[in-house]
Ligand binder design. Structure first.
Ligand SMILES: CC(C)(COP(=O)(O)OP(=O)(O)OC[C@H]1O[C@@H](n2cnc3c(N)ncnc32)[C@H](O)[C@@H]1OP(=O)(O)O)[C@@H](O)C(=O)NCCC(=O)NCCS
Length: 303
């Protein structure tokens, strides 16, 4: 009962904060935390623990042991988040070095930034959306759909992205990173998922992976974006020597022109704010942050 009214109040608060936020979904199964505020009101949260097995694709951008808090703080905002994080500190199970605490929260909730920072979280990732088309600029390179014969070039390019993401905090170059990347790229090619390859004078210099996703009730996408057909951009990478020439922009023009149609709600993707290249790049492409994924590694650093 209390949970239902907190969820309703949270939905109203989210809508007022940012019209592109979806209505909050029902909380997932997990360990329930509750906390009392100074005025006697209660807030709640659910902690879900996920263990990624060695060799899983997620281990290239995530720790293996993830504890994610889903706050249900109603209209409380910063005071609710602070109370819940204090409770989480008391209830946190022991964690090893390859672990993280995570909170995904609306980027525009500026007032919740202070308690998240105070408890040790950093804004490591954002989910950004683009709902308005932008003019297409002249191409600086040729772009074609990749085929299984391009596997080696695609693995090299997507590894360049993991390596860059690792420099700026998000990615993790595991010992088996090449094998993992090779496996996932090969799977996408076999399934016929769209991957485009950019070439300059016949030499591969960039790649992008993107696909359509339906944000249906119950789907993962529906917890992040409003109902409708969306394009999800999974990986964009330009080889180090070809960056800054317009290759990334040319690849994204192809993605937007090929996958977005009159029935599309828009496109979305993840990037790391500490990356010196991608925030500027994505803003120029018309993307703006919707959710911030606040993260803290290792989980035992929660304070
Ligand atoms: C981010 C990345 C894909 C952009 O591709 P790119 O081909 O280098 O970018 P473009 O040349 O098309 O640049 C488009 C815009 O991005 C921004 N940009 C590009 N290089 C930049 C740099 N060195 N510093 C700051 N902004 C830069 C600029 O705003 C530029 O527009 P402008 O030329 O009109 O000023 C590429 O730099 C890359 O692969 N980086 C490493 C991996 C990565 O971060 N991938 C994205 C993960 S989300």
């Amino acid at each position: 009962m209390i949970l239902k009214s907190l969820l309703r109040a949270q939905a109203a608060r989210f809508t007022a904060l940012d019209p592109l936020l979806p209505e909050p979904a029902d909380p997932p199964e997990g360990v329930v935390l509750t906390a009392a505020l100074a005025g006697g009101e209660r807030v709640a949260g659910v902690v879900v623990r996920t263990i990624h097995q060695p060799g899983a694709p997620q281990t290239l951008w995530s720790t293996r042991d993830v504890r994610e808090l889903h706050p249900i703080v109603g209209a409380a905002g910063a005071t609710g988040i602070d109370a819940l994080l204090k409770r989480w500190v008391q209830r946190l199970d022991p964690a090893g070095p390859d672990s993280a605490c995570l909170v995904t929260w609306p980027t525009r909730d500026a007032e919740s930034t202070a308690p998240l920072l105070a408890h040790g979280f950093v804004p490591l990732t954002v989910l950004a959306v683009r709902t308005t088309p932008q003019p297409v600029s002249p191409a600086v390179c040729s772009v074609r759909r990749a085929t299984p014969a391009d596997l080696d070039a695609l693995v090299e390019l997507s590894m360049a992205e993991v390596e860059y993401a690792a420099l700026v905090g998000g990615g993790i170059v595991r010992d088996d990173a090449w094998e993992i990347k090779r496996g996932t790229v090969a799977q996408h090619l076999t399934r016929g998922d769209p991957i485009w390859l950019a070439e300059l004078d016949g030499v591969p210099v960039g790649m992008v992976e993107a696909w359509e996703t339906d944000a249906q009730p119950g789907s993962w996408a529906r917890t992040r974006v409003r109902a409708g057909r969306w394009v999800f951009v999974n990986c964009l990478s330009v080889s180090p020597a070809a960056r800054g020439l317009g290759v990334g922009r040319t690849l994204m023009d192809v993605v937007h022109t090929s996958l977005l149609g009159p029935r599309s709600a828009g496109s979305f993707l993840y990037y790391n704010p500490p990356n010196p290249l991608s925030p500027t790049f994505w803003a120029k492409q018309g993307y703006r942050p919707l959710w911030t994924v606040w993260e803290l590694r290792p989980a035992s650093a929660l304070r």
